[in-house]
Ligand binder design. Structure first.
Ligand code: UDP
Ligand code: MG
Length: 317
C-alpha cells in the first residue's frame, strides 16, 4: 500500500545524531501513525557525508523496510538533498525536518493535523530560538526572513525552519522546477494557496556543528534574492534615475553659480570628488548585482543536474 506520510531528512555528517533521531522519530510514528489507513515512510538523503552516517542509515534501511536512503555521490547542499528525497516520496503528506534534532519529531502530528484541516503548506515557527542559537547564526536568519517576506510577499515569521509539511501537489510542483539554486520554503509558497504556521519547539543542536558557515549563508541569501525576485534589478534602474537626476540638478546649480560669479575660482573640488566616489561605488555595486544575475543565468542554461544519486538503499517490503 502506498504510504500516506513521507518524512524527508537530509543528512550531512550527522553520525552522532542518527541513532537518537531514529529512536525518537520511530516512537512518534508508532504512536500517532499506527493505524493501517495512514502508513508512513522515511526518506533519508545522505548528502555526501564523510563520516559514518551512510553506514548507520544503510543499517536502518536494512532493518526497517519503510526507510529508504538516497545516497548522493557528493555533497550538494541541504536543499538539493531535500529535492533528492522529494523525488522518491510517495506520500500524500510530506514532512521535512533536520537530522540534528533541532526539530523535535514530536511536533510532526501537529503539522500533519493542519494539512488535514486543508492547508497546502504548514511551516514550523521556532520558539525560543534566541536562547539556543548564537547571535552569529540568528542575525543572518533574521535578515533572510525579512528579505524573503519582502520579496515573496508572504508574511511568515520563520522561513528558515525546515520542520514543514507539504501537500503532495505542492511537492510535485516543486519537483517540476528545474532551477539549480532554490530555497524550498519560498518555492513552496509560490505554489500554495493556503499557508499557515504552527509554533514548534526548537532545541539546541544535539551533536556536531552547524553545517552552515558564513559563505554558505551568504550564498543562500543570494539564492533567495535572485531566484524569487527581480527587485534588486529594478532597484538598479531606480538608483540610476536618482543619480542622473542629481547629476543634472548639480550641473544646473554649477551653471547658475558660474553665471552669477564669473570671476569665482574653482571651489568644492573635494565635494566633487566625494560625489564622484559615491557614484563610482554605486556603479560597481550595480555591476556586481548584474554579474550575480548573469552568473546565475549562465548556471541555469548549462542545465546541469542538481544532484547525482549514486544509489538507492531500500529493502523490499
Ligand atoms: N545538511 C545537508 N547538506 C549540507 C548541509 C546541511 O544535508 O550541505 C543537513 C544537515 O545534516 C541537517 C540539516 O541539513 O540535517 C540542517 O543543517 P544544520 O543543522 O547544519 O543547519 P542549521 O541548523 O545550522 O541551520
Ligand atoms: Mg541545525
Amino acid at each position: 500500500m502506498a504510504p500516506y506520510l513521507s518524512i524527508v531528512i537530509p543528512v550531512f555528517n550527522e553520525e552522532a545524531n542518527i541513532a537518537n533521531l531514529w529512536q525518537r522519530l520511530s516512537a512518534v510514528l508508532a504512536e500517532h501513525f499506527h493505524d493501517p489507513g495512514r502508513p508512513w515512510e522515511v526518506i533519508f538523503t545522505d548528502d555526501g557525508s564523510r563520516d559514518g552516517s551512510l553506514a548507520l542509515l544503510q543499517d536502518l534501511a536494512q532493518r526497517e523496510p519503510r526507510i529508504c536512503v538516497v545516497e548522493f555521490n557528493r555533497n550538494y547542499g541541504q536543499h538539493a538533498a531535500i529535492f533528492g528525497a522529494f523525488a522518491v516520496t510517495r506520500g500524500q503528506v510530506i514532512v521535512t525536518m533536520d537530522a540534528d534534532l533541532q526539530n523535535p519529531p514530536e511536533e510532526i502530528p501537529k503539522l500533519v493535523a493542519r494539512i488535514e484541516e486543508g492547508f497546502d503548506v504548514v511551516g514550523g515557527w521556532r520558539q525560543g530560538r534566541m536562547d539556543n542559537d548564537s547571535l552569529f547564526r540568528t542575525l543572518p536568519s533574521k535578515i533572510v526572513n525579512m528579505v524573503t517576506r519582502k520579496t515573496t510577499g508572504v508574511q511568515l515569521h520563520d522561513y528558515g525552519c525546515m520542520l514543514r509539511a507539504y501537500r503532495r501537489e505542492i511537492v510535485d510542483a516543486m519537483l517540476q522546477c528545474k532551477e539549480r539554486s532554490s530555497f524550498i520554503p519560498a518555492l513552496a509558497n509560490s505554489f500554495a494557496k493556503r499557508i499557515t504556521e504552527v509554533p514548534v519547539e526548537h532545541a539546541e543542536r544535539a551533536a556536531g556543528d552547524s553545517k552552515y558557515g558564513f559563505w554558505k549563508l551568504i550564498n543562500l541569501q543570494f539564492d533567495l534574492l535572485t531566484s524569487f525576485s527581480l527587485l534588486p534589478l529594478q532597484m538598479l534602474s531606480v538608483l540610476g534615475v536618482i543619480v542622473s537626476a542629481t547629476g543634472i540638478g548639480f550641473g544646473i546649480i554649477l551653471l547658475v553659480y558660474r553665471m552669477l560669479h564669473p570671476e569665482g575660482t574653482v571651489q568644492g573640488v573635494f565635494t566633487l570628488f566625494a560625489i564622484l566616489f559615491f557614484f563610482v561605488g554605486a556603479q560597481f555595486l550595480a555591476f556586481g548585482l548584474l554579474g550575480e544575475y548573469i552568473g546565475r543565468i549562465y548556471q541555469e542554461v548549462r542545465d546541469r543536474p542538481r544532484y547525482v544519486v549514486k544509489k538507492l538503499h531500500k529493502t523490499d517490503e
